[in-house]
Every structure is written in structure tokens, then in C-alpha cells.
Design a protein around this ligand. Structure first.
Ligand code: ADP
Length: 271
């Protein structure tokens, strides 16, 4: 009898613990929803005044030739910082969409070799400005997958941009490869590279390596975090290999879906 009492007391206290844990989890979930909403609301709110500032800044920037040198320099600074601010806001909005679970992929059958060529073409100017030889290694012909081409192109832009920026003018190689089950898009540079500790954090939001690495107007530190969300949303992976002084390689692996697309809604079963 005593044993039963003990068990009953234990059961009651476990129930109590489970209840309070559940309500704490609910509270936490609510808090994180509020936080997500806040980030999203603030980003939306900032957009309108920023547009006004940009328009005014553009006017000054366009007329900078007629200003004294120091004022012209200020106009250039304003222009650059407004651009940076816009990038940051767009990235924040995108992250908050992922957090809210409101991202809908717009997938279509896409030739990944063409997509890689497109992405490279879009980065040529940047590559040339840094003296970087940007190359594609890809099989001839088609390599199709059911993807959201806008998002995959964005991943490649991020990876190629980073490779050029940290590549110290050495070649950057983009490769497209596939096996039975997956398609891999890789971006390899032979530049600065990273320590293991840095590589571990590279997909963290806002994380950027050693700020003493002098850089021109940089990105937002959200590029790889968004790329990882994009890859995950496709059921894919994004991995990094890096070695200080030897360079880095980022590889995006996507499930091969030529013979059918992956769907998140249940498929109707035959009777
Ligand atoms: P951003 O480029 O805006 O700083 P990312 O999320 O794209 O943000 O990258 C985060 C950080 O990871 C970069 O600031 C840089 O320190 C490091 N990183 C990314 N790609 C490379 C690369 N190819 N080589 C060396 N470091 C890199």
C-alpha cells in the first residue's frame, strides 16, 4: 500500500512538472514569436523612411561632380551606407520570413548548369575588379532539378561573392556535379581560408571573421545564414571545408528530383 502511495505521489508531482514545463515552453514559444514579429515589424517600418533617404541621397550622389571635394565625398559615403542599410533590411526581412515559416519555394524544373553559368555571369564584373579568374567546371548538357531558381542563384551569388572577396585574387572555381541521388554545386577559392573555429561559426547569423581583416563595404553577416535556410528549405545541405592560407570550399547538395519532385503535402494513396 505504501508503495502505491509513493507511486501516486510521484505520478502527481511528475504531472505537475510536465504541466509547468509545457506552460513554460508555450511561454517561450510565444516570446520567440513576439521577437520574430518585432524584427519583421521594425524592418517593415524602417523601409519607408529609408526609401526617402535613398531618393534624397541619390540626388546628392548624382550631383556630386558639382560639389567641393569634401562634400562629394560625404555624398558618396551616404550613398554607400544607404545601400548597405537596404541590403541589411532585405536580409532581415528574409530571415524573419524563414523564422515565421512563411517562405514558399517557387520551384520549377531547372537546368543547374545554366543556372551556374548565369550566376557566374552576374559576378564577372566583381571578379574582374579583383583580378579573379572565375571558372566553371561542369558536365556538358543538362543537369535538371526541381528547385526555386531565384533562391539557388542567390546561394551561388553569396558563395561566389565571398570566394572573390576572401580569395586574394586567386582563381575561384565553381563546379557542378551529380550522382544517382544528389546534385552538388561547389564554390572553391584558394585565398585566406579559415580556422576550424571560424568555419564552425560561418553559418551563424551576423557572424563575421576577425574584424581586423580590412574590408571595403562588406555584407551583412547574414548571407550564409540565409543560404543555409535556402538549402535546408530545398531538402539540401550546405557544407564548408576550409584551411587557413589554403582557401575554402562551400558545397551545396540538393536532392536529385529529375524523376519526381519532393512534396511536403501527403500524396493521395491508391485505393
Ligand atoms: P558577409 O559576407 O556579409 O560577411 P556571410 O554570412 O556571407 O556574411 O559570411 C560570414 C563570414 O564568413 C564572412 O564575413 C567571412 O568572415 C567568412 N567567410 C565566408 N566565406 C568565406 C570564404 N570563402 N573565405 C574566407 N572566409 C569566408
Amino acid at each position: 500500500e505504501k508503495g502505491e502511495d509513493v507511486i501516486a505521489t510521484l505520478a502527481r508531482s511528475f504531472n505537475g512538472m510536465a504541466d509547468s514545463l509545457q506552460s513554460q515552453i508555450k511561454e517561450l514559444a510565444e516570446l520567440s514569436r513576439v521577437q520574430q514579429r518585432f524584427v519583421s515589424d521594425v524592418s517593415h517600418e524602417l523601409r519607408t523612411p529609408l526609401t526617402t533617404i535613398r531618393l534624397a541621397g541619390d540626388v546628392l550622389y548624382d550631383q556630386r561632380g558639382s560639389f567641393p571635394a569634401s562634400t562629394a565625398r560625404t555624398a558618396e559615403l551616404l550613398h554607400a551606407q544607404v545601400q548597405r542599410f537596404e541590403l541589411l533590411l532585405n536580409d532581415l526581412l528574409e530571415i524573419s520570413r524563414y523564422d515565421a515559416g512563411s517562405v514558399q519555394l517557387e520551384t520549377e524544373p531547372t537546368n543547374l548548369v545554366h543556372l551556374a553559368e548565369d550566376a557566374i555571369d552576374g559576378m564577372r564584373t566583381l571578379a574582374e575588379s579583383k583580378g579573379t579568374d572565375l571558372r566553371l567546371v561542369a558536365p556538358g548538357g543538362h543537369l535538371d532539378a526541381e528547385v526555386d531558381p531565384r533562391r539557388i542563384r542567390r546561394i551561388l551569388h553569396n558563395l561566389i561573392g565571398n570566394a572573390i572577396e576572401h580569395g586574394e585574387g586567386k582563381p575561384v572555381v565553381v563546379s557542378v556535379d551529380s550522382d544517382q541521388s544528389a546534385v552538388a554545386l561547389a564554390v572553391r577559392d584558394y585565398g585566406l581560408g579559415m580556422s576550424d573555429a571560424d568555419a564552425q561559426r560561418v553559418f551563424d547569423r551576423f557572424w563575421r571573421a576577425d574584424p581586423s581583416r580590412k574590408r571595403t563595404i562588406g555584407g551583412t553577416g547574414l548571407g550564409l545564414a540565409i543560404s543555409l535556410e535556402d538549402a535546408t528549405a530545398h531538402g539540401g545541405h550546405l557544407e564548408v571545408w576550409s584551411m587557413p592560407g589554403k582557401g575554402s570550399c562551400f558545397r551545396l547538395t540538393l536532392p536529385r528530383t529529375e524523376r519526381g519532385r519532393i512534396t511536403s503535402s501527403p500524396l493521395p494513396l491508391p485505393p
